[in-house]
Design a protein around this ligand. Structure first.
Ligand SMILES: Cc1cc2nc3c(=O)[nH]c(=O)nc-3n(C[C@H](O)[C@H](O)[C@H](O)COP(=O)(O)OP(=O)(O)OC[C@H]3O[C@@H](n4cnc5c(N)ncnc54)[C@H](O)[C@@H]3O)c2cc1C
Length: 455
């Protein structure tokens, strides 16, 4: 970026919006992945008009722009790999309206996901998507990555709640997509195309979100199993009996050994797998439902089934689930995080393949995640940094197993930079060509988040 371009940006946006010193640029060079590239400028925008201005100038001077929410992405999507401008949407963080009558919310893209959930709850409404990062990520980033969490099993992902968008095209023109209604079939569904496009097609500035009634109560149980196979068989039985829990999470034996001491229950040393199952809704109905689910687990071979009697114990259980990644990170000099998904019945088959990969590349591999929707977090670690190359090779082997089982290479985090080399494993050349053509139609100069997604 030349001095002339920097001057033009300063003049157009005001000096306060433009960050230039190395210390202020550095935090915008990384995200929730281990990747780093320092931007040449950061522009912190307050309004859609400012986003339009940045993109108009980027179009005229042809400099790269990387949209950024709160920088928790796991795939390097917000890392400005070509330098240029990082466009921070963080200051656009107003909840514009919560409309109980219409059961919708209007928000700016930089709103913290937790803030929206709480504002909706205060009006008796529920915004279900619950990425584990919800207290540190933005709603715009959630839309750009189509984020999901444990509740996705019952309620779906971010895409299911985005009714419409205001976004700015790479040309600098602002458009509205979608509707404020529950239905709407006018034209191609650009909303669903832009959601999940990882900031490569348009900058999301505002969103119309669907809300539902807040479930009045929540109940949680944990079930310990000797091995993963029986745990997964119970998952199938629960779903086939017609229950739709709002979470069904699992930990494998390695994770249990690592974080089991944090569990608010004792005497489960023999366990080789753990399920956390949660149901929400009317208190009387869910009390019966959780009991029935407990019986299914017991009959399915659970060593122990325990209810979390109160909110404090429930919070402790979820803390264990959260602590697993932290402990893995503390115990290994580096970690590669995969977030693949396989068809429901194939989680066990996937996990059974992992010891072979561990042995072949001399690694330790941990598996945990969303048992109810097949989205498994696989954390690949080596005892020292010299294992980095071995771990990278093991990723390729694991992804091939995943695809062989009918799965997908990313269930939540997206492709960004990190998974770009693996995209052709899953998508055929014609599919990639079509997607590149769509990118070219939105962004013919390739200025918006260049070098992401496509190899
Ligand atoms: C501890 C931890 C736990 C996590 N747990 C989950 C989880 O459970 N489920 C899950 O899905 N993800 C999870 N993530 C990943 C991450 O939090 C999500 O991908 C989240 O949606 C990113 O939001 P963000 O605001 O941080 O986006 P960023 O990291 O800033 O950006 C992510 C991508 O979106 C683009 N982008 C951001 N904002 C916009 C915008 N307004 N317009 C256009 N493009 C934009 C960026 O260019 C980039 O490609 C986790 C991450 C961490 C660190």
């Amino acid at each position: 970026m030349t001095d002339e371009i920097k001057n033009v940006l300063r003049e157009a946006l005001g000096p306060k919006a433009v960050l230039e010193s190395k210390e202020r640029l550095e935090p915008f060079g990384s995200d929730g992945s281990d990747l780093f590239h320092i931007p040449e400028l950061v522009v912190e925008v307050q309004t859609t008009a400012q986003v339009c201005k940045v993109m108009q100038l980027a179009s005229r001077y042809r400099f790269p722009v990387t949209p950024r929410g709160l920088g928790t992405g796991r795939a390097g999507g917000a890392v400005p790999v070509r330098g240029g401008v990082v466009l921070s949407l963080a200051p656009m963080n107003r909840i514009l309206a919560i409309e109980p009558d219409n059961m919708i919310a209007e928000v700016e893209a930089g709103v913290l996901t937790l803030d929206l959930k709480e504002a909706a709850k205060a009006r008796g409404l529920f915004y279900p998507p619950d990425p584990a990062s919800l207290d540190t990520c933005s709603i715009g980033g959630n839309a750009a990555t189509n984020a999901g969490g444990p509740a996705c099993l019952k309620y779906g992902t971010t895409r299911d709640y985005v009714l419409g968008l205001e976004c700015v095209l790479p040309s600098g023109v602002s458009i509205r997509t979608g509707v404020k209604t529950r239905k709407g079939v006018v034209g191609y569904d650009l909303t669903r195309l832009i959601v999940g496009s990882e900031g490569t097609l348009a900058v999301i500035t505002k969103m119309t979100l669907k809300l539902i009634a807040h479930p009045p109560s929540l109940m949680t149980l944990v079930a310990f199993y000797g091995e993963l196979t029986t745990a997964m068989a119970s998952i199938r039985k629960i779903l086939m009996a017609g229950h739709v829990p709002c979470a069904m999470e699992f930990l494998d034996d390695r994770c249990l050994r690592l974080a089991g001491d944090l569990l608010p229950f004792k005497g489960i040393d023999r366990a080789g797998a753990l399920l956390i199952i949660e149901v929400d809704g009317d208190p009387d109905m869910i009390a019966r439902e959780i009991e029935t689910i407990g019986v299914i687990c017991q009959r399915g071979g659970a060593l122990e089934v325990l209810m979390a009697p109160d909110a404090a114990k429930r919070a402790k259980l979820w803390e264990v689930r959260r602590q697993v990644s932290l402990r893995i990170e503390e115990n290994a000099p580096f970690v590669i995080r995969e977030d693949i998904a396989v068809p429901l019945g194939r989680i066990t088959a996937l996990c059974e393949n992992l010891p072979e990969v561990e042995k072949a590349w001399n690694l330790a591999i941990y598996a945990f995640g969303h048992a109810g929707d097949g989205n498994v977090h696989i954390l690949i670690t080596a005892a020292d940094t010299s294992g980095r190359q071995r771990a990278a090779e093991a990723v390729g082997a694991i992804l091939k197993v995943v695809l062989g089982l009918g799965g997908t290479i990313s269930g939540e985090h997206g492709i960004g930079l990190l998974k770009r080399p693996f995209l052709p494993l899953e998508l055929g050349p014609e599919n990639i060509r079509l997607q590149r053509d769509i990118k070219g139609l939105f962004d013919p100069q390739l200025i918006l988040n260049p070098d992401k997604v496509f190899p």
